[in-house]
Design a protein around this ligand. Sequence first.
Ligand code: GLN
Length: 463
Amino acid sequence: MIDTLRLTAEEAKRLLDAREISGAELFAAYAERDDDLHAFLHRCGDPGGDGIPIAIKDVIGTKGIPTTAGSRILENYVPVYDATVVERCKAHGLRILGKTNTDEFAMGSSTENSAFGPTRNPWDPARVPGGSGGGSAAAVAAGLAPWALGSDTGGSIKQPAALCGTVGLRPTYGTVSRFGVVAFASSLDQVGPVAKTVRDCAWLYAVISGRDAHDATTVDVPPVELPDGEDLRGVRIGVPRQLNEAEGIEPGVKAAVDAAIARAAALGAAVEACELPLSVDYGLACYYLIAPAEASANLARYDGVRYGLRSPGADFGEMVMATRRDGFGDEVKRRIMIGTYALSSGYYDAYYGTAQKVRTVIRREHEALFERFDVLVSPTSPTVAFPIGEKAADPLAMYLSDVLTIPSNLAGLPGLSIPCGLSGGLPVGLQLVGPPFSENRLFAVAHVLEQALGFDVVPERLR
Ligand code: GLN
């Protein structure tokens, strides 16, 4: 019997190489598990071969496999090509287990905005797995996949990783190709790995990252190093006060993160408090102008002609309106309206232009801290997983789920979330942020902490 709840990709590779299991047995062990959490929107048959299986968030285009982005408007869309990240996974022999659930067009923090119904949290099925990549995080935590790809615009890899007790990396902007990925906010979107361990996360990042001729924002990345250190001597850790004492951080979350920071100091790191005076106060507002503005432009392509759904209408204009009315959910419509307003000629400078300037301030504030620190740490999410329905009717409360992940995203920085403890029986995520292209350093620090903290990634009710 293959214990998919505990099996890491690294261990799976060892078993395959030693011929202790076959590729078919490995794939079947995942494919045959019941998906009672609704982590997947679509599951695939075994394509054969003996690579490691992987789950892919449904905003990432997969040739011949439905790609809906959690939206009715793409319900019947089957891409004719693979996203570059998928092509690279396949080139490494990885086999697609299926497409994971997501908030519609990755807009949300709970997967409740999926047009096909929410995903449930493996630690407590009455709660959300986070979002938008709740499907990928839940699939990994529940043993439905050894690892997965997610996408992160404002926190959609890091926050679900925190809420499901998995490891998630949002890479430096420009290190992973966006070609073939359904666009939300192009200056923020990045694909990244979700895994059970930091080493698996680093390995999958090595598979997908690097320059791609199809995405002019990509660059070559330094060779990825699999971490194996045991102490944190010489590492300078900054603890930004505003990210660690923000209003709304639950006491249990704060306690788990503080304990992890104390552990880092005991392992030899130089830990010091620091300030991000403007980033946290203005990050959310800045994000909710820039992201909807870009989304409103990106989503103009769903016109009933090029992709997916077409609703009948008397003429072309009526058809486009009917298609968008029927195909988009409420949150997507809200973002399109906010974005269109922010970009309209009379308001462009007041809203979008100002937000861009604030974004520069946020980037500089982080740059200044990296003259003194290697890594900044904080909670990933202010709360643990919340009950399904609790925030669904209150967009602002939902937006606040990302108040701690958004500042570094706006600055284009890499961020890694690792589980660091429990609060009320639910996982707490520790966010580690570094300067651009510092993924190797983040992996190294997180790996040492992961070993020291000994968090059991298998949800208690599944042990
Ligand atoms: N929750 C944030 C939003 O709704 C971030 C989503 C994401 O990173 N895709 O925009």
